[in-house]
Design a protein around this ligand. Structure first.
Ligand SMILES: Cc1cc2nc3c(=O)[nH]c(=O)nc-3n(C[C@H](O)[C@H](O)[C@H](O)COP(=O)(O)O)c2cc1C
Length: 201
């Protein structure tokens, strides 16, 4: 399937058939997520990958009881990692381990520190969450490319997820992406007209 077809065929699946996606394909999707772009390449995300049915059942009441949660093969919980200083230190360590000279990456790390220093805590969360949605985009189209379905979901209770998954307070559950094989039918696509969407200058 070429990318244009993938974009047309992907749809927000409401019901999955419960079959498990082969682990090899799940791992291919996780790689597509891992390689998503991010501002400064900061990669401020952690994706919780849930295949355990008991955990999915515990999460369903915190997901507006939406049927995708328990009928999917795997539930991906995209979390925003707000601990920027920790991420910067991880970036530094990995770059140095890969052969970069500390002096040569200092300017880059300072640039990230200077940028994030100017953000309020709320702005920091918003900035980090924006990056998470780019990774989500890879997951949604990537799933279709690999032959299965997905649904982006914001209909869930953040605290319920944090508590059930015992997440540290620096990780914010931001958006869900259940994946599996859809057993519903996609509804016809409704989108605004080109002239409403694009402004050519
Ligand atoms: C950020 C976001 C949150 C969404 N949350 C939900 C949700 O909680 N439950 C659901 O069934 N669909 C959810 N959707 C799916 C949208 O309703 C769907 O993408 C939109 O109607 C367009 O349909 P399509 O994706 O099938 O083309 C969400 C979509 C996005 C992008």
């Amino acid at each position: 399937m070429d990318f244009a077809t993938i974009v047309q065929k992907r749809y927000a699946t409401k019901q999955f058939d419960g079959k498990k996606i082969p682990e090899e394909n799940v791992n291919q999707l996780l790689e597509m997520i891992r390689f998503a772009p991010s501002s400064f390449n900061i990669q401020p995300w952690k994706v919780v990958v849930i295949s355990d049915q008991t955990v999915k059942e515990k999460l369903q009441p915190f997901s507006w009881n939406q049927p995708q949660i328990t009928s999917c093969s795997h539930l991906l919980v995209f979390c925003a990692d707000t601990d920027i200083e920790n991420i910067i230190q991880r970036l530094e360590k990995q770059l140095v381990d890969e052969g970069a000279k500390k002096e040569s990456i200092q300017r880059y790390l300072d640039m990230i520190r200077n940028f994030t220093k100017g953000l309020t805590p709320e702005q920091n969360v918003a900035w980090v969450q924006k990056q998470v949605y780019i990774a989500l985009g890879n997951a949604l189209n990537g799933a279709k490319a690999l032959g299965f379905d997905s649904c982006p979901m914001e209909g869930f209770d953040q605290k319920g997820y944090t508590d059930t998954l015992h997440l540290p307070e620096t990780l914010i559950p931001t958006v869900l992406c259940p994946i599996g094989y859809g057993s519903d039918q996609p509804t016809p696509k409704m989108r605004f007209a080109r002239e409403d969407v694009f402004m050519r200058i």
